[in-house]
Design a protein around this ligand. Structure first.
Ligand code: THU
Length: 165
């Protein structure tokens, strides 16, 4: 027997940052500020991420590249590593991402790479919460309620063993 499944993706598109809530607009501005700290001499693509925790604290991250290319790290994982390292019990509730190419802020929102989607998914599961994604481009802003939208059918700890905490 064959069963067909369909997955529908839903997300919001805003045409202007003014339409975001104040806290989300602030977070996006923090991501834009973080991109200025990127170390991206190889790609010249500067990415900033800002993670907001339940307490209101914001952790910024930028991409940090390396001459040994795979040793570099993306902005999203920089931000998550920083927050988990400092406040592991303060649950994240949103992450904003913005990127700059040689022409400035990208026209279209940048969506997190596959590695970062996997790490954001683990962070949602680790902290039993949903992390809203705010992806800012010059032309539009996407707001996505959870990484599940960008990474359906996740590989998670449940796939490894059934009795993990
Ligand atoms: N990059 C990020 O930091 N986040 C993303 O979501 C996409 C890609 C970085 C990795 C690399 O330093 C540069 O952008 C070009 O891929």
């Amino acid at each position: 027997m064959v069963t067909n499944h369909n997955i529908t993706l839903s997300f919001e598109e805003f045409s202007d940052p003014e339409e975001l809530s104040t806290e989300d607009r602030i977070l996006l501005n923090e991501a834009i500020a973080a991109a200025a700290n990127a170390y991206a001499p190889y790609s010249d693509f500067r990415v900033g991420a800002a993670l907001r925790l339940e307490s209101g604290k914001i952790f910024k991250g930028a991409n940090v590249e390396n001459a040994a290319f795979p040793s570099g790290i993306c902005a999203e994982r920089s931000a998550i590593s920083a927050s988990v390292s400092n406040y592991p019990d303060d649950k994240p509730n949103a992450i904003a991402i913005a990127a700059f190419n040689e022409e400035g802020l990208t026209d279209e929102p940048v969506t997190p790479c596959g590695n970062c989607r996997q790490v954001i998914a683990e962070e949602e599961s680790r902290s039993s919460t949903r992390i809203k994604l705010i992806l800012g481009g010059k032309k539009r802003i996407y707001v996505i309620e959870s990484i599940g939208t960008l990474l359906p059918m996740q590989f998670s700890k449940n796939n490894l063993r059934t009795n993990l905490p």
